[in-house]
Design a binder for this molecule. Structure first.
Ligand code: SAH
Length: 244
């Protein structure tokens, strides 16, 4: 069982080494002092996405500022499986759900992709980034998923690294079951989920025409995009990812 998991955990963009004193951001100082009611001398855990997880102690803590001292490494760096989730942005709270669940489920990269029927393409990257970091802090991840800027489907396919298989969640219904397709996968993989309005016939034809694309079915019912993203990621982690 993981130790120290009751200690508060925060993500810092700073290199972590024994004895280093790091200044807390205003937000972190506010969170630790005013939300969690912590004080000087309290221990916590910090991670930065690449140096593993370290024990630290609050050495000073004011209303909007503070310092922590890095003590010892508790967990060595570890990365999640190399799986990407490409998804057409959906309405705000469902987008936040996709980001949070994908982070918890161990996605390595998130690629928002606009398609013909995407209605919500104005995404605030820094808001999405903070949602991802919050999910990573809570889910005990040691790395942070990469969040790419939104691109169009045509652009994404034009620049696609063809050694990476693209599992295309195709709601048209005539694709092979996702579990069957995922069993025989080799090499790097990405998943593609469409928008609330689904893919157009032209997009479906364009995708199916690529030899690195495997269309898959997620069963006889039409799932919401956020449900489909979570379901397909779950199947991936259980068959090819790190749930083994
Ligand atoms: N409203 C659309 C469905 C969109 S669902 C329609 O009725 O056609 C949003 C996305 O979730 C789809 O583009 C697809 O990527 C995925 N999805 C939903 N249900 C699915 C299923 N049963 N099989 C495969 N993909 C599915």
């Amino acid at each position: 069982m993981r130790e120290n998991y009751t200690l508060t955990r925060i993500y810092l963009e700073a290199s972590l080494a024994e004895g280093r004193t790091l200044a807390l951001s205003n937000d972190h100082a506010h969170y630790l002092r005013n939300v969690l009611r912590l004080s000087e001398g309290t221990e916590l855990r910090v991670f930065n996405g690449s140096d593993g997880e370290w024990r630290a102690v609050i050495s000073s803590l004011g209303k909007r500022a503070g310092d922590i001292e890095i003590q010892e490494q508790l967990r060595a760096p570890e990365a999640c499986p190399d799986i990407w989730l490409c998804f057409a942005p959906v309405r705000k709270h469902r987008n936040a759900f996709i980001l949070e669940k994908a982070t918890e489920l161990g996605v390595a990269k998130l690629q928002p992709v606009t398609t013909a029927r995407t209605q919500f393409s104005k995404l605030r990257l820094e808001k999405m980034q903070s949602q991802i970091i919050e999910a990573a802090e809570q889910t005990e991840r040691l790395d942070i998923p990469l969040l790419n800027a939104t691109i169009g489907l045509d652009q994404m396919l034009a620049d696609w690294p063809t050694e990476r298989t693209l599992i295309f969640a195709d709601e048209a219904g005539d694709a092979k079951p996702a579990l069957v397709a995922l069993q025989n996968l080799t090499g790097p993989t990405a998943l593609l989920i469409g928008p609330e309005g689904g893919f157009t016939p032209q997009e479906r034809e364009r995708l199916r025409g690529q030899d690195y694309v495997i269309p898959v079915s997620l069963g006889p019912r039409i799932l919401r995009a956020d449900t489909a993203a979570l379901s397909l990621l779950t199947l991936f982690q259980a068959t090819q990812g790190d749930w083994g």
